[in-house]
Design a protein around this ligand. Structure first.
Ligand code: C2E
Ligand code: CA
Ligand code: CA
Length: 514
């Protein structure tokens, strides 16, 4: 676009603002797991009656050169807030681009807040996207600025992450809520880019940030990003940026998240699907941040096993099952008289024959553990095998419970441990959909509530008599049982209720379908 001289451009831009030619286009942000819209990025378009749609790359550089970009950003915020207010938007967040120059030119904190107050927009509904280059201005106290925005309820997103040279420095110095990955990484989509994407998302989670990928154009890219735990997706695959009215229609068709969903999925987003232990999330302990698995490399020449590498975690786990050094372990496993010798060699042979990870559960010194092996490489006379293991439990009884729980589930609808003396109960499991509540209240309350809600009214009296805690506490038999009509879906079915004596004043309460 040819603007003539600079003064013409400035005048034209001011006119465009005055006449409402600067408008936001909205591009949906989609939650990868659910496919629902959770927000949108507002992108500026200059719609001139004569020139048509003017794209941001045609006027933003000129605005930046002339220190006028803050005007654009404020108009955009104003328009987005107006849109939010007029359409009674709920449960959607809008991200707005803020130029690094804005903070130099104007008191953005005050100006943004004034606009939001005017339109009554909650602070959580607006996220500020800032590119990393802002952070290289020594005169600004960025941390202080961010803190003011954060304290006020805004989220701050780092935009175009990975496009510059400084990304890691910026992450170390400043606090962002969301890391928005630069489009170039998604669009290359070769093996190297995939490895980098995988690592960036893993890193974001470890730093407690959510991640957004933009420039997603294909189903393949979307699926990959979803699988590696990237939470929010933006790109032509879902939609191009569009005017407000079209965006509202898009919402009608595709649906947007409820507030509950929004919070729920944001929490889930912090779970690290990539780490060796996805069950550890939320608050990392320092040692969990580098959650290394126990790992050893075993060389095998068809006769002997040789541990060529073990990490500390492996040694720690070994100690739990009673081996204090790797030399000791090597000596024992190579001894034909060792009780697990044959089974271990069999597992190794299986690994060599089959590329899948081999798993064998075992008990040594009353410790239950699973041993995993997988072939890494092979020459004519040797094989290298990776070995890892996890101790499941140090109690044999727990293992037996695990082992037999499968058949327990089939036998009983409900198993609850009760302790009359302390008026407490712990529900062990329920396959019949009984509320967990009964197992978390006071036992007396739980019984009453259960009798009212789950037992056929004509059986209720009898049930309460059966469940007489005084009688149970002093019972001589190993168990008492009776049959009652108990709710099953919309009807009642005859079920066997049994209370069995355990130990230390504890009893097991079970319901069994007949
Ligand atoms: P950005 O913030 O990185 O925005 C993403 C750009 O990628 C947008 O271009 C969007 O239309 C485009 N895009 C989104 N999905 C895809 C895709 O799947 N494939 C491809 N090829 N492109 C996709 P747009 O709207 O032209 O904006 C360009 C840049 O201009 C923005 O990059 C942003 O840096 C800047 N910008 C736009 N609006 C504003 C604004 O209101 N204020 C400021 N300060 N900058 C703005
Ligand atoms: Ca952006
Ligand atoms: Ca971007």
């Amino acid at each position: 676009m040819n603007w003539g001289d600079v003064m013409d451009f400035v005048k034209e831009f001011d006119n465009a603002i005055k006449n409402g030619y600067i408008i936001p286009y909205f591009q949906p942000l989609t939650r990868s797991i659910t496919g629902k819209v959770c927000g949108a990025e507002a992108l500026a378009r200059w719609i001139d009656p004569n020139k048509g749609v003017i794209q941001p790359n045609e006027f933003i550089p000129l605005l930046e050169e002339n220190n006028l970009i803050y005007k654009l950003d404020l108009v955009m915020i104003e328009n987005v807030c107006k849109f939010y207010n007029e359409n009674k938007i709920k449960n959607l967040c809008f991200s707005i681009n803020i130029s690094r120059l804005d903070f130099k030119t104007a008191d953005m904190f005050k100006l943004i807040n004034d606009i939001m107050n005017k339109y009554n927009v909650p602070r959580e509904a607006i996220h500020l996207e800032i590119t990393e280059s802002i952070m290289f201005d020594n005169k600004l106290d960025i941390n202080d600025l961010f803190e003011r925005f954060h304290n006020n309820g805004f989220e701050i997103w780092i935009d175009d992450f990975g496009s510059g040279f400084s990304s890691l420095h910026v992450l170390r110095e400043y606090k962002f809520d969301v890391l928005k990955i630069d489009m170039s990484l998604v669009q290359r989509f070769d093996l190297n880019s995939k490895k980098i994407l995988y690592s960036i998302i893993n890193m974001a989670k470890k730093l407690g940030m959510r991640s957004v990928a933009e420039g997603v154009e294909t189903k393949e890219q979307y699926k990959f990003l979803k699988d590696i735990g990237c939470e929010i997706i933006q790109g032509y695959y879902f939609s191009k940026p569009m005017p407000g009215n079209d965006f509202l229609k898009y919402l009608d068709i595709n649906g947007n998240e409820s507030k509950e969903d929004y919070n729920y999925w944001n929490e889930i987003g912090k779970i690290n699907f990539l780490s060796a232990n996805p069950f550890k999330f939320d608050k990392f302990k320092e040692e969990d941040i580098f959650d290394v698995s126990p790992l050893a490399l075993i060389e095998y020449d068809s006769k002997k096993l040789k541990y060529v590498y073990v990490n500390d975690k492996y040694l720690d786990e070994l100690k739990i099952i009673g081996f204090n050094s790797i030399e000791k372990l090597e000596e024992v496993v190579n001894n034909e008289n060792y009780e697990n010798h044959t089974s271990l060699l069999e597992q190794i042979e299986n690994s060599i024959a089959n590329p899948r990870t081999q798993r064998v559960d075992n008990i040594i010194n009353n410790v239950v553990f699973s041993h995993f092996t997988k072939l890494v490489s092979k020459t004519t006379d040797r094989c290298l095998i990776v070995s890892s293991f996890s101790t499941i439990s140090t109690k044999r009884t727990d293992f037996l419970v695990l082992k037999y729980s499968q058949s327990l589930y089939k036998t009983y609808d409900l198993v609850t441990e009760i302790t009359p003396s302390s008026d407490s109960a712990v529900q062990i499991y329920s396959t019949a959909g009984f509320s967990k509540i009964y197992g978390t209240r006071s036992l007396k309350e739980g019984i009453k509530e259960f009798a009212s809600k789950e037992v056929l009214p004509s059986d209720k009296e009898r049930y309460l008599e059966f469940f007489n805690l005084k009688k149970i506490e002093n019972m001589k038999e190993d168990y008492i049982q009776d049959r009652f009509m108990i709710r099953s879906g919309n009807t009642y079915k005859l079920k066997n209720v049994r209370i069995s004596k355990l130990y230390n004043g504890k009893f097991l309460y079970t319901i069994q379908s007949l």
